[in-house]
Design a protein around this ligand. Sequence first.
Ligand SMILES: Nc1ncnc2c1ncn2[C@@H]1O[C@H](COP(=O)(O)OP(=O)(O)O)[C@@H](O)[C@H]1O
Ligand SMILES: [Mg+2]
Length: 209
Amino acid sequence: MTAKKRKSLLITFEGIDGCGKSTQAFLAYQFLHTNGYKVKILREPGSTVTAEKIRELLLNKKIKMTPITELLLYEAARTEIVANEIAPALTKGIIVLCDRFYDSTTAYQGYGRKLDLRMVNTLHKIATKGIVPDLTYVFDVDLKTASSRQKGKKDRLESQPRAFFNRVRLGFLEIARKERGRVKIIDARQPLDIVFNDVKKILLKKINR
Ligand SMILES: Nc1ncnc2c1ncn2[C@@H]1O[C@H](COP(=O)(O)OP(=O)(O)O)[C@@H](O)[C@H]1O
Ligand SMILES: [Mg+2]
């Protein structure tokens, strides 16, 4: 058996619900795995026992909470995934793919809920211990297309009004504008395979560097 290729990279998949993040993260996982890389796929909030419990609270429509509580719960879940999964994997030469990370909190709780962005950023630094993704994809899609792709019951966050999601979408675009080196916008209205071609091009540049 050939040894697995080792490379420490944190790659995050961002965008509004229904943009295609989970689909693309899984395609990237399969691609890297097939090409011999040690790779791990995680999701936020969640991926540890404690963080999955916090996820249940956050997504439960019957549970009410203030925006600050919501922010702190996301950051608490993030603290767990970073300490128990992301940081250890990065020391072992594993490519970590994360379905959402702190940019989602900036977009949803910062731009969406209108919480102070400096406070939000300070909490990101505490939760991540300063870990910044090597590459972030923002899958950009109009709200109508995103909504038409969502099936089943909507969770607590997905049940927010349209204006909220509009702020979130623009928030992601603003994040990308501020950090052009790290954050790449992908036109997610395109068919799935075309979107993945765009993802792959950027990914190959990153892993072959
Ligand atoms: N580019 C695309 N074109 C059409 N349908 C898509 C595309 N990307 C994803 N989908 C479909 O849309 C739905 C939502 O995709 P998903 O990856 O779960 O989005 P997210 O994780 O961002 O909420 C899924 O049924 C998926 O198969
Ligand atoms: Mg998803």
